[in-house]
Design a protein. Structure first.
Length: 301
């Protein structure tokens, strides 16, 4: 397999840029010759219109597969229709519930890369939840998919410290880079039956949800600890970004949204560093206050 010349046939499920170390790592490790990738197909989200001009934009996984001449699917159900013949599926941030009939197509199942120490923080937002809750350690679980969300047997786990300045974006990048290394070390012995996956302890499970833009709201007229606000701001990057409401003057009627990109805690006080008023470019908090000296925080639009 890979280095010893044995073929392994992989279908990769994933979409965003931060999963690319996993995809490219699998390709590099298990390639058996020029133009012969172990990845025989990818399943990724379909291209979507992006930006003001609504240009059709393809996912990084889609672009990679196109460049390597690898078949691209926009729903996992297509695999069942095609009766794809593969050894294992690898799923990292794909975004679709996989049906049982698709899971059964794979001789060794589908391995999922989930950025938490399962069964803690099952669901769609484990990284923001860990930062927001003040965790100092998180990790990644690679598990064998079953029909329940983030429930399958654990193949392996590793821990990762959460740095005091980590945002959701920096922590996510680090976790998936390391996941690529761990998966590549683990896959061969897993396929050879040398690893026995273990059940999760469902009694210890906790859950996270899909985040929307509204989840980024923080009411700064309500008393919070500076540290909890700082954790929230870090957790909300890169999506949905923390935001609050303010009025630019005492006579201002409609409150406006203010995104908060950067902040820090100094002498037990929260200091805002970088903000963006709706319809404007990001600026420092100092620049913002100079432009709008009568700003007050609001509770509602």
């Amino acid at each position: 397999m890979g280095g010893n010349g044995t073929n392994v046939k992989i279908v990769f499920f994933g979409t965003p840029d931060y999963v690319m170390p996993v995809l490219t790592g699998l390709h590099k490790k298990f390639v058996t010759g020029p133009g012969i990738s172990p990845v025989i197909a990818v399943v990724t989200q379909s291209p979507k219109p992006v930006g003001r001009k609504q240009f059709l934009t393809y996912s990084p996984v889609d672009k990679w597969a196109h460049d390597h001449g690898i078949p691209i699917h926009y729903t996992a159900n297509e695999l069942a229709i095609d009766k794809i013949d593969a050894d294992v599926g690898i799923l990292a941030s794909y975004g679709e519930i996989i049906k049982a009939e698709v899971i059964k197509l794979f001789t060794h199942g589908i391995l999922v890369i989930h950025p938490s120490l399962l069964p803690k923080y099952r669901g769609a937002s484990p990284i923001p939840a860990a930062i927001m809750n003040g965790e100092t350690v998180t990790g990644v679980t690679i598990f064998k998919m079953d029909e329940k969300v983030d429930h399958g047997k654990v193949v392996c786990q590793f821990k990762e410290d959460i740095m005091p300045t980590d945002t959701g974006e920096t922590l996510r990048a680090r976790l998936f880079e390391r996941s690529a290394e761990v998966l590549i070390e683990t896959l061969e012995p897993y396929l050879q039956g040398k690893i026995r996956p273990k059940d999760q302890d469902d009694s210890q499970a906790s859950f996270t949800k899909i985040m929307t833009r509204e989840d980024g709201f923080i009411d700064l007229t309500v008393k919070h600890t500076p540290q909890s606000i700082y954790q929230f701001i870090r957790a909300m990057l890169p999506w949905p970004v923390a935001w609050t409401l303010l009025r630019l003057s005492a006579t201002e009627g409609q409150a406006k949204r203010l995104k908060i990109y950067k902040a820090h805690v100094e002498n037990e006080k929260l200091i805002l560093d970088e903000v963006q008023l709706e319809g404007k470019d990001p600026v420092s908090w100092k620049q913002f206050k100079e432009g709008y000296p009568q700003t007050t925080f609001a509770t509602a639009l």
